[in-house]
Design a protein. Structure first.
Lengths: 310, 289
């Protein structure tokens, strides 16, 4: 008995030690990305928060504390307010378009058995092409005659030329169209994965019960795709809230024109920070954007994330 | 006193580029560029081509405020129509007192229809691809145009009411006050190299940047290509920009308001002056004036 205990105790100790070791190793490995995030993400974030309460021109050694005056400044700046509304327009036009179009394409693709991977490749091509390149290609396609492909087609049909990027009303939707075109491929892939996860039995059972195609889609498929829809809505909303590259490359001198009609928040921040060297104002606008993304994301998760079970 | 903070290494001014082949095509004398604003408008109209639906397919004159156009309006047209763009010390905006200057520019787009901002993407693409017959640009475009094989000429900017004006700017290189010892010696050596005749000649040939050293510049005073830029310097004005991107945008917006929104040039210029004054005030306040 005594002997037995003697032999068990060290073994138990070994196990505990080993477990400790494993846990320690895990923490050690986890600490590396943690440190990375702390320095690359959180530290700049906190310093941006602080910067938003100061007046700093990027080269001066002094950063004057000015309290809330940067926030007062941006909310009194008509251009900031325009950029805020433009950003919401990008989300409101862009997100539903991406979700509806890519879901429709995914449903069609799901029925295709031959060459499905070929089709998938075609749709995903715009997504894997650098945005700067696709933006410039679209910028040229949107040109007025004699060089714009779209306008040349319109004039071939005998229709008048459109101003697209040169119009204060058409420019933003034109940029949204380009962005939607670029994002569809990615969303189609995610939707297809979601569709293939829906058990065939549910659909067959419903069909046996006499459900028509409409009912199958709206009562079975879409509710079961809810987690995918939530995921894509959240990520696409964040993407549209942070839109920059397309606007920077598709507007004259990257200024978000004509007449600020396409200027999004991130481009406003960029201009304030790296063109006017007004870091305090830029940081204050960044904090506003951060709070906006946070609020909208939380709201979306609350509203959309309802579990569906059959 | 007597201390140099930075030295100019190249100088820039504006001139009128014209495409001799397109002049010939329009039955205009390819060796006679417009001398006045009135001639400019008349020739530009003859050089503009439209398609059946009335879209411009060849611009008589490229109009691009985001390029050099905003300088032309600010320092040239405003003065030629009898005003001044700013007060003497560049602290007060005064160009809105001569809305005729903006009207002349926007009339090119809305009344004479000889070009519009963004035609062929921008003025540079339009002129380089021979889709614009004339453009107002800087000497820094010369090498690229030569390389593109364009048969072009360069003339001093057209005058108006007998007033000649031009916009000038310059590259300046300086040494920061924290630079000492070996690094300072190297910096001085490099700056001397940049300011040498040899480098200025290279920069002129490879890009078209005008020599800042008058002795080098003098050699090209009567050159058919560089000459008009150098002679233009004699009556040029340099704008005291405090935030060039923002100030340029003010002028771009003024033009856009007129041709896209139908706002009157008077109102557009008044609003521009207000916006630009705010930019100037913010700067002068920040430096304690």
């Amino acid at each position: 008995m005594k002997r037995g205990r003697d032999s068990v105790a060290p073994l138990w100790g070994e196990i505990v030690k080993l477990r400790h070791k494993k846990v320690l190793t895990a923490y050690l490995f986890l600490s590396i990305p943690l440190l990375f995030f702390a320095f690359i993400r959180f530290y700049p974030m906190i310093s941006a928060f602080y910067m938003s309460f100061t007046n700093w021109n990027i080269i001066s050694p002094v950063r004057k504390f000015v309290g809330l005056s940067n926030y007062v400044g941006i909310f009194n700046d008509p251009v900031f307010m325009i950029s805020l509304f433009n950003t919401l327009k990008y989300v409101l036009y862009g997100v539903p378009s991406v979700i509806v179009l890519s879901l429709a394409l995914a449903l069609l693709l799901n029925n295709v058995t031959k060459f499905q991977s070929f089709y998938r490749l075609i749709y995903v091509m715009p997504y894997i092409t650098p945005i700067v390149a696709t933006s410039w290609v679209w910028r040229w396609m949107y040109q007025k005659p004699p060089i714009g492909v779209i306008n040349n087609f319109l004039s071939f049909l005998g229709l008048p030329a459109r101003n697209f990027l040169m119009s204060t009303t058409e420019a933003l939707p034109s940029i949204v169209a380009t962005t939607v075109w670029g994002q569809i491929g990615y969303c189609v892939i995610i939707f297809l994965a979601g569709l293939q996860n829906i058990p065939k039995e549910y659909l067959e059972a419903a069909r046996v019960d006499g459900a028509n195609r409409r009912q199958l889609l709206f009562k079975i498929t879409i509710p079961l795709l809810n987690p995918v829809i939530v995921f894509l809505s959240v990520t696409q909303t964040i993407m549209f809230l942070r839109i920059f590259t397309q606007v920077y490359n598709m507007t004259d001198q990257g200024l978000g024109g004509p007449l600020n009609s396409t200027l999004p928040l991130v481009l406003y921040i960029y201009q304030k920070a790296f063109k006017s060297f007004d870091m305090g104002t830029a940081a204050a606008a960044t904090v506003v954007l951060f709070l906006m993304i946070l609020a909208i994301t939380v709201l979306q998760l609350k509203v959309l994330n309802r579990r569906v079970q059959y | 006193m007597g201390k140099r903070y930075a030295i100019p290494t190249a100088v820039r001014s504006l001139a009128l580029f014209w495409n001799k082949d397109l002049f010939k095509e329009a039955k205009l004398d390819p060796e006679k560029p417009p001398r006045t604003l009135q001639e400019l408008v008349e020739m530009a109209k003859k050089l503009t081509k439209y398609d059946r639906q009335g879209n411009i397919v060849q611009a008589g004159l490229a109009t691009q405020p985001s390029g050099q156009g905003h300088h032309w309006i600010r320092e040239v047209l405003v003065r030629q129509f009898g005003g001044a763009p700013y007060s003497q010390d560049y602290t007060k905006v005064t160009y809105h007192e001569v809305p005729e200057a903006l009207k002349f520019y926007t009339d090119l787009i809305t009344v004479h229809k000889v070009g519009y901002p963004g035609f062929m993407n921008n003025d540079i693409t339009a002129f380089t691809s021979q889709a614009a017959a004339m453009n107002i640009d800087g000497s820094f475009r010369i090498a690229a145009l030569k390389k593109a094989g364009i048969n072009f000429g360069v003339a001093e900017l057209p005058e108006h009411n007998g007033i000649r004006s031009n916009f000038a700017s310059f590259w300046a290189n300086g040494i920061t006050k924290n630079c000492t010892g070996e690094k300072l010696d190297a910096a001085i050596k490099f700056l001397k190299f940049l300011a040498s005749e040899e480098v200025m000649e290279i920069w002129l040939e490879k890009v078209g940047e005008l020599p800042a050293n008058p002795a080098v510049a003098q050699k090209y005073h009567n050159d058919p290509i560089y000459g008009p830029f150098l002679r233009g310097l004699e009556y040029a004005h340099a704008t005291f920009f405090v935030d060039e991107t923002a100030q340029r945008k003010v002028m771009m917006d003024a033009v856009d308001k007129v041709w896209l929104k139908g706002v009157s040039p008077e109102q557009a210029f008044r609003e521009a002056a207000q916006e630009e004054q705010a930019i100037l005030d913010k700067f002068w306040k920040s430096v304690g004036k």
